[in-house]
Design a protein. Sequence first.
Length: 111
Amino acid sequence: MAYLHSTQTTGSTQSHPFGILPQALTQGEKISCSFSPFSGLDPVGLLGRHVHVQHDQEYSAQVLRYGAVVVAFQAGAPGYGIESQLLLRPDDGSDDEYVPVSALTVLAVFS
């Protein structure tokens, strides 16, 4: 009977589907938001939602405002210089585009 207990491991063996991390391993990153009382939004909470955003262009002074659906979230690795990004599908039918969360201000969130 003692040999049965000698092969058991003390740690838990939990598996997670590919691409899904346990909540404790993900680091929350907030997107700026123009409406109060929110000071920031969790980008993962925007998945599948229709949003109206202000997108500050990286290499110009141009600021775009448009509606889009959040199709995906890419978690960045700041230690390696990789920013978190949202994949946005603009309402005007143009191509989906990854946009760094640091360049976005959420003006409105719709269902």
